[in-house]
Design a protein around this ligand. Sequence first.
Ligand SMILES: Cc1cc2nc3c(=O)[nH]c(=O)nc-3n(C[C@H](O)[C@H](O)[C@H](O)COP(=O)(O)OP(=O)(O)OC[C@H]3O[C@@H](n4cnc5c(N)ncnc54)[C@H](O)[C@@H]3O)c2cc1C
Length: 365
Amino acid sequence: MDQDFIIIGAGIIGLATAEQLLLQGATVTLLERGEVGLESSWAGGGILSPLCPWDYPEEVTRLTNYSAALFANWMDELHTASGIDPEYERSGMLVAPPFCTRIAQQWCTSHGVRLERVSPSDVCSSPPMGKEINLEGDALLLPDVAQVRNPHLLRALRKRVELLGGRVIEQCAVSHIVAGNSQVSSVSTAYGTLCADRYIITAGAWSKQVLGQHALGLDIKPVRGQMLLFKFSATPLRFILLQRDLYLIPRRDGCLLVGSTLEDVGFDKGTTTVARNNLLKGAQELLPALSGMAPVQHWSGLRPASPHNIPTIGCHPQLDNLYINSGHFRYGVTMALASAKILVNELTGLDQPFDIAPYQSGWGA
Ligand SMILES: Cc1cc2nc3c(=O)[nH]c(=O)nc-3n(C[C@H](O)[C@H](O)[C@H](O)COP(=O)(O)OP(=O)(O)OC[C@H]3O[C@@H](n4cnc5c(N)ncnc54)[C@H](O)[C@@H]3O)c2cc1C
C-alpha cells in the first residue's frame, strides 16, 4: 500500500493497527503522548474473552471470537520476531456461581464454545485448583479461554512494529487536528506540525479529546478499573477464576492479579482504599489462601468505554482521510487484532470477515 499514515495513540490498538498496516506495505508513524503502552493496555488483566460472554451483544462476540481464534498464531509470530514472550496461555476460565446455566449453555452451544459444568468436588480434586476455592454450587469451566501478560505483549508488539519499519515518537502529544475541505491537512503536536496521507485515532479514553470539534456524537469516555497484584511462590490457581465482576488471574511465575472496578470518575487515575478493601475481601472469600496476604502492587487504568462495549472502527463521516479505532472498553486486548484487521481491510478494500456496519455507527446522527 503506497500510503503513509499517522496513528495517534500507542496502546494495544494503535500498535496492532500499525503492525497490520506495515504488513500491507504502508509507511507508519505512531505518535504517543507519553510512553508506548503504559495506559489502559498496560493496566488490564489480559483475559482473552469477555468475562461472561453470554452477557454481550453479537457485535462484541464477533470481534472477540474472531480475535481469539487468531491470537495463538499472532503471539507465536510476535514472540519469534521480537524475542519477547507475551506469555500466551490457554489457562481456561472457571465461572463461579451465581449465573444462569441455561443462558450460558445456549450461548456456548450456538457459538461452538466448549463449556463444562464442574462440581465443587471436581474442582477440589484437581490441585492446585484446589481445595482452597470457596464454591457455593457447581461452576462453569470455559477451557479454551486464554490470557496474555499485557506488559510483555506491548513490548513485543512495539519491537515488531519497529522491526517492520514503523516509526514511534514518544512524548509527542497531539493537541489538535487541522482540517478543511473534508480532509485533515495536519496535526499539531509537541514536535510541531506533522502531515500524512491518512490519520488514525487510537487514543483510547482520550479519543474524543484528540478529535475535539470533530468528535461529533462519538460516545467514548474513561471508566476507571483498579487492580491488585499478589505474589505466591507457586501459582495458587490453574484457571482464571471469575465471580460476577471479580476475577483472579494466575500468571506463570506465581503472580496473581485481582480485578476490577468500574468507576465513572473522569480522567482520575488514582487508586482508592475502598476499592482495595472490596477487591481484597471478595478475593479472600473466593480463595482463602489470600487471607492475611497484602497486595504488592495496586494500580488503575482508564478504559475507553463505549455503549454496549461496541468500538467505533472506520472512516470519519465528514473527513475523508480520518479514521478511528477506539472505544473497546473492557475488551480492547481481546479485540485488538480483529479491530486492526477490519480497519486495514477497509483501508485496502479487502473483503471483511463479517458485516462491519455496527462498528461504524458510533458517530451518532
Ligand atoms: C483494570 C483493567 C482491566 C482490563 N482487563 C482486560 C482484559 O482482561 N481483557 C481485555 O481484552 N481488555 C481488558 N481491559 C481493557 C483494555 O485494556 C482496553 O480496552 C485497551 O487497553 C484499550 O486500548 P487502547 O489502545 O485503545 O487504549 P490505551 O491503552 O489507553 O492507549 C491509548 C494511548 O493513546 C495515548 N494518547 C492519548 N491522548 C493522546 C494524544 N493527545 N496524543 C498522542 N497520544 C495520546 C495514551 O497516552 C495511550 O498510550 C482492561 C482495562 C482495565 C483498565
